[in-house]
Design a protein around this ligand. Structure first.
Ligand SMILES: [Fe+2]
Length: 471
């Protein structure tokens, strides 16, 4: 369990905060300020919630003491500050204070700030890159209390260190012998995980052109020498906060993206399963042509593949073909199963399965191709088909593909009244229908599929004989 040490001179407020934190699931020990250091030394705490008041004067003696003690220097600290107190932020951040809470605060604010502080690393790391040992010494002395400081005396050395471990921020001198600051920034894009490393450039050039070039190179800010430390610390703090915020946003975006993709996959599989279930219902309606929808879908997908359609288009065509005969659900069983010759009226009713299918599917607007396949798969290339007598390229391509696949299956599979036709005869019929019944281009691809199927096994196999190409 997360343990928090609460130390504030205001007893009443300490009781309230303790109650809030316990309700939030934290283990809390509340002590008077004079016992704070003793408790920290005798037991492990994940966070110190420390009350500060103007009576303590400038600075925060307890925090300074903690930071100077090697065993305690990593203690995460949040300050509790009275509403009217003017807080020396520069000093607080220099000392590595993670955040502050102004009293009185809403319970949500308190728990959020504590949660955020617990998630943050104890100290951010800063890489100071400068060829001047004096500058390195100045930054190290001023920043080492609140940050983990690493140093590099050249651009090349900085890049080498970044390759090993990317810091949270880089303070980068612009003018260095060998590789200058601009070259270092441009090389960052080559290093994995360093693309978003925030850079603050340090330079003696205080002119507009340099400033513009610094920002163009990807730096987030710049400091002009001689460095005013109060300003530098505030800017470093702000850039680090911004960078953490951006990283959190990126993580959240990545998480949302993954959730969206998972939801999309679930939705896709739901729609696939619905289509398969419907196709099963169509085939169950006509026991003699069982498996017809699936076979037509397989042939249509293979035709699409050989036509050079993308994998996405092939799958789309497969689904449309699966439901091409869905209108048969609305046709009475007595007509569909009738073994003998159909009367003119019965034939008219059978033919209406195209329009009935269209009516069933037309409201599925997210997949408009579904109703196109159902309505026009009995159109003929010469315009003598039904229900609309569409002609040539005026028939949607997907319906022209399904038409060829549909007729191939009708001839190549066993029916109640006859066995499958011999392959040579099927081939002849398709050949004869080129340009009259079928789109000649698509029909020729079907002929090639027949020729590749030397054993005449296509109707028994999901895997098609390969023609060498794979679109
Ligand atoms: Fe049909």
């Amino acid at each position: 369990m997360v343990r928090i040490l609460l130390s504030d001179h205001d007893e009443m407020y300490s009781m309230i905060i303790e109650m809030i934190l316990r309700q939030a699931g934290y283990e809390v020990l509340s002590v008077a300020p004079e016992y704070c250091i003793g408790e920290l030394k005798s037991s492990r705490f994940d966070l110190l919630l420390l009350g500060v008041s103007p009576d303590l004067g400038e600075g925060f003696p307890v925090v300074e003491w903690i930071r100077s003690d090697t065993a305690l220097s990593e203690t995460k600290t949040i300050l509790l500050v009275s509403h009217s107190m003017k807080l020396d932020l520069t000093n607080a951040y220099r000392l590595g204070v993670l955040d502050f809470i102004r009293k009185p605060a809403f319970p949500e604010v308190i728990t959020r700030k504590i949660r955020d502080a617990l998630e943050k690393p104890c100290k951010d790391s800063i890489l100071v890159v400068d060829d001047d040992p004096g500058n390195i010494m100045t930054f190290t002395t001023l920043l080492s209390i609140g940050y983990r400081i690493r140093t590099a005396s050249s651009g090349a050395e900085a890049l080498k260190q970044i390759c090993q471990e990317v810091p949270d921020l880089m303070l980068l001198d612009l003018h260095m012998p060998g590789m200058d600051g601009f070259e270092v920034m441009s090389a960052l894009s080559e290093i994995e995980n360093a693309h978003n490393l925030p850079v603050i450039v340090v330079t003696a050039d205080d002119d507009v052109d340099t400033a513009a070039e610094i920002f163009q190179s990807g730096a987030m800010d710049y400091l002009v020498k001689p460095i005013v430390m109060q300003v530098a610390i505030q800017r470093i703090r702000r850039i680090l906060e911004l960078s953490h915020f951006q990283n959190d946003l990126r993580d959240e975006l990545r998480q949302k993206n993954q959730e969206l993709m998972a939801a999309n996959t679930r939705l896709q599989s739901l729609s696939d399963q619905t289509i398969y279930a419907l196709a099963g219902a169509i085939d169950a309606k006509d026991a003699y042509t069982n498996g017809h929808s699936r076979r037509v879908a397989e042939y249509a997908r293979e035709l699409a593949r050989r036509m050079g359609k993308s994998r996405y288009e092939q799958n789309e065509i497969y689904n449309v073909a699966l439901l091409h005969d869905i209108g048969k659900i609305a046709i009475p069983d007595g007509i569909i199963d009738k073994p003998g010759k159909l009367t003119d009226e019965e034939y008219r009713i059978i033919k209406s399965h195209t329009v009935r299918g269209y009516e069933i599917l037309r409201n599925i607007t997210v997949m408009p191709l579904l109703y196109i396949g159902a309505r026009w798969h009995h159109e003929r290339y010469d315009g003598r088909g039904y229900p609309d007598g569409k002609k040539g390229q005026g028939i949607p391509e997907i319906a022209r593909i399904i038409s060829v696949a549909d007729c191939y299956d009708a001839m190549s599979s066993d029916r109640s009244y006859r066995r499958a036709l011999p392959q040579e005869e099927v081939r002849k019929e398709i050949q004869a229908g080129l340009g009259t019944q079928f789109d000649p281009g698509i029909g020729k691809i079907m002929l090639a599929m027949i020729d590749d199927d030397r054993e005449y096994r296509m109707s028994h196999s999901v895997n098609f004989p390969q023609d060498g190409g794979d679109a």
